[in-house]
Design a protein around this ligand. Structure first.
Ligand SMILES: Cc1cc2nc3c(=O)[nH]c(=O)nc-3n(C[C@H](O)[C@H](O)[C@H](O)COP(=O)(O)O)c2cc1C
Length: 193
């Protein structure tokens, strides 16, 4: 089973990366390998809305996204991990998502959604925010809506989400009573459930 993971945090060793590492450990313990992309280290231009993907169903911008697009196409499982920045996913995550507009064109203009492999296509979203969320939960809701749109566009029809609020200081996620175990179990479930 091919599993890819996107780390949307620019803070190395930060809360998102710690959570993601646990989820990956869960996946690996079930015998699958994971390729991780630290999005802030890649050369990714934002979507230009040039409209070329409506015609060719391909992104014409030649940067590291070409590799990511190929990876997304052939993945069986996709993990997205992001900190909450200004009530949404980080810019690094959002750039990657916007650049999937060619998949949107493929699915909705050309009517050719990405074909699932023998294991189907499933996703996992890991979110961590520094603020204590109130009942409106805006930061998580916005991030969920954006990432759900991404997953469905690349034909990942089901995904699980883990959200952790009030986790701000670098490494503070380690003090959370359940977060690391939750991420580990979610990683396991992603490839077995
Ligand atoms: C630019 C920026 C914007 C942020 N905006 C929010 C926010 O809107 N809501 C929130 O809960 N936390 C916000 N935070 C806090 C981060 O989500 C929090 O520190 C998180 O633990 C960072 O994860 P990391 O260690 O993986 O980078 C923000 C942090 C930064 C740097």
């Amino acid at each position: 089973m091919k599993v890819i993971a996107f780390n949307g945090s620019p803070r190395r060793g930060g809360n998102t990366e710690i959570l993601l590492t646990e989820a990956i450990r869960g996946v690996k313990d079930q015998g699958s390998e994971v390729t991780t992309y630290n999005l802030d280290t890649l050369a990714l231009r934002p979507c230009l809305n040039c409209g070329k993907c409506d015609e060719a169903a391909q992104c014409v911008v030649q940067d590291d996204m070409q590799t990511i697009l190929r990876e997304i196409r052939s993945a069986d499982r996709i993990i997205v991990a992001s900190p909450i920045f200004f009530f949404s996913v980080s810019a690094q995550t959002k750039i990657m998502i916007d650049r999937c507009q060619s998949f949107w064109a493929e699915k909705y203009v050309h009517k050719k959604p990405v074909q699932p492999g023998p294991f189907g296509r499933k996703g996992l979203l890991l979110l961590v925010g520094g603020m204590k969320q109130n009942e409106k939960n805006v930061g998580f809701q916005c991030s969920e809506a954006t990432t759900r749109a991404f997953f469905r566009t690349v034909n990942v029809q089901e995904h699980a989400t883990l959200e952790f609020d009030a986790v701000d200081k670098k490494g503070a996620i380690k003090e959370h009573p359940t977060a690391l175990q939750d991420a580990y179990e979610a990683g396991k479930k992603l490839v077995t459930g």
